[in-house]
Structure formats: structure tokens, C-alpha cells
Design a binder for this molecule. Sequence first.
Ligand code: SF4
Ligand code: SF4
Length: 143
Amino acid sequence: MKELVVLSGKGDTGKTTLVASLAGALQRKIIVDCDVDAPDLPVLLEPKTGRVFPFTGGKKARIDQKVCNGCGECLRACRFGAILENNGLFEVDPIRCEGCGVCKLACPSNAVTLEDQRNGEYIVANSLFGSFVYGALRGMHDS
Ligand code: SF4
Ligand code: SF4
């Protein structure tokens, strides 16, 4: 199988238009929009609802309160200010947490776990020009 890749670091150069045109012209192909941040190809290819698969990327720390001894080592170790302390209770702010794992290394009680984050979906659908795979980050199509 041959791969034909269209890419550019610059927006508004016509990548989506070119790929949509190729998709219409070529036979026996699978079309993929790899830009999960802002996929534009679905606008042109009008995919019908297909199979939706979870996409997990990155991790978030979680503190097991039953195991935590309240020593505060994780708070001192975290460079992102993602550990919060409230009356001796240590918790992770999931918005700030970058999933680096330093708190887990610092914790003497093994109270920290890193959990996979579901960030969105990838979709395998039929479109105007055949099989089409694209992604959607969580929140993109929530309304
Ligand atoms: S995983 Fe990293 S960013 Fe997240 S709370 Fe732990 S040290 Fe902070
Ligand atoms: S380092 Fe571990 S035991 Fe200490 S406060 Fe953080 S999670 Fe609790």
C-alpha cells in the first residue's frame, strides 16, 4: 500500500482542498485527517456516522486518600502547581496536572497513580469519497 501525505506547518495553504480533490479523483483509497485539533476534511467529505473508538493520550495523577500520609512531598515536587492542600488533604488539580509523574516518584507511600486520560475519539466512517478516518478531541463537538 502506498501512502500519500499532504502536510504543511502553515495554515490556509490549501491542504484540505487538495486532499479532498485527490480523494475524489483516486480509486481504492483510505482517507485520513490526522489533525485532531482542528480537522477540516470532515466539512468537505460529509462523513456518515461510523464506528467511534476512544482515544487516550496523556496521563493525570491521582492520590489515594486511604494511602496518603499527608507528608506533602508531592506538593513540593510538582513544578506545575497541580497538587493542592486543603486542611491536610492533598489532591491533584486535573486541569494543571501535566502527567509528568514526578509526584509519583516523590511519594514515599506509593499513594499516587497515573491514570490514562480519554481525550476524545477517532472515527471510522463512510464519506462522499469512501472510507474516512478522522479524530475529534473531547469538547470539539460537545454542545
Ligand atoms: S503528574 Fe506531574 S504535573 Fe501532575 S501532579 Fe504529579 S508532579 Fe504535578
Ligand atoms: S507525597 Fe504521597 S503521601 Fe505525601 S502527601 Fe503526597 S500523596 Fe500523600
